[in-house]
Design a protein around this ligand. Structure first.
Ligand code: NAI
Ligand code: BGC
Length: 272
């Protein structure tokens, strides 16, 4: 049975990853494909990068399609799920990864920037989770494919826990993701659907390039990371593959912090 295949624990499964043409999403899509899943690579801009990733996956005998959609738009999200179902007949894994930052001190933060971050980071996860859950409930468990009827992974952040001055919209969106994830996990468990979160710490991607682009900046950032290195997208991808597989079959409603200890209050190492 596929679930016994440790090297390719997702063999035959179908995954949709949002915001998958760069950074963490790209590594997650690649990781899921290497584990045997077919992947839909969602992007909102940068089709070339999405196609490049799909080509990379296909070159390794994987299966990938690309789809342009803004996750904050209901019509576009619906069209994306329809495309996945038309292509593969069903879906097994959703990775709600798309996200952005629009940083500003509170007094300078525009309503537009507040709303955009909430719309993409939080409403986008709701819209995608809703479409995925409809299909998972309709189809139920497919014996031989997975013990679950479906898996939803919500990309959160250490800032679902750590307050972040100058990023009120972002921290609020990730705090929202945390409770959205837990509530969906509670609501969907009876359907054998597992919902979990990943809360990355500082991972080197385009979203935070200013925090690690120079040795000085990186040294400053490392003061917040007890484990002594900045994370890579692959660190997060490995967690996503595990959460999507039957290896984590009894895990639902959990947030896995992949953060090199950023949430361990590093200031207390020598203080307090
Ligand atoms: P990134 O900027 O490389 O990736 C974000 C992706 O989301 C991009 O592909 C972007 O085009 C896409 N996106 C933005 N708006 C979208 C929309 N409306 N519809 C569809 N896609 C959209 O940055 P990264 O770091 O890979 O971010 C991925 C996720 O990880 C985000 O949710 C972010 O909040 C989260 N995260 C990142 C951390 C880091 O240190 N890099 C730490 C904690 C969480
Ligand atoms: C943010 C990054 C930041 C990291 C750690 C993430 O949620 O998107 O910009 O480096 O948290 O603070």
């Amino acid at each position: 049975m596929n679930t016994q295949n440790r090297k390719r624990p997702l063999e035959g499964q179908r995954a949709l990853v949002t915001g998958a043409n760069t950074g963490i999403g790209a590594a997650v899509a690649e990781g899921l494909a290497a584990a045997g899943a077919k992947v839909l690579i969602n992007y909102v801009s940068g089709r070339d990068k999405a196609e490049g990733l799909a080509g990379l996956i296909r070159a390794k005998d994987g299966e990938a399609i690309v789809f342009e959609a803004d996750v904050s738009r209901e019509d576009q999200v619906r069209a994306m799920f329809e495309a996945a179902l038309d292509t593969w007949g069903s879906l097994d894994i959703l990775v709600n990864n798309a996200g952005l930052q629009k940083d500003a001190p509170l007094v300078d933060m525009s309503l537009g920037d507040w709303e955009q971050v909430i719309r993409v980071n939080l409403t986008g996860q709701f819209l995608c989770a809703r479409e995925a859950a409809k299909e998972f409930v309709r189809r139920g468990v497919q014996p031989g494919l997975s013990h679950s009827a479906g898996k939803i992974i919500c990309m959160s952040s250490v800032h679902d826990t750590i307050p972040w001055a100058g990023h009120a919209n972002y921290a609020a969106s990730k705090g929202g993701v945390h409770m959205l994830m837990k509530t969906l996990a509670q609501e969907l468990a009876m359907h054998k659907i597992r919902v979990n979160g990943i809360a990355p710490g500082a991972i080197k991607t385009p979203i935070n390039v200013n925090a690690w682009a120079t040795p000085e900046k990186e040294a400053q950032l490392l003061e917040l990371i007890p484990y002594g290195r900045v994370g890579y997208s692959e660190d997060v991808a490995k967690a996503a593959v595990w959460l999507a597989s039957d290896e984590s079959d009894y895990v639902t409603g959990a947030t896995l912090y992949v953060d090199g200890g950023m949430t361990l209050y590093p200031g207390f190492e020598s203080g307090g």
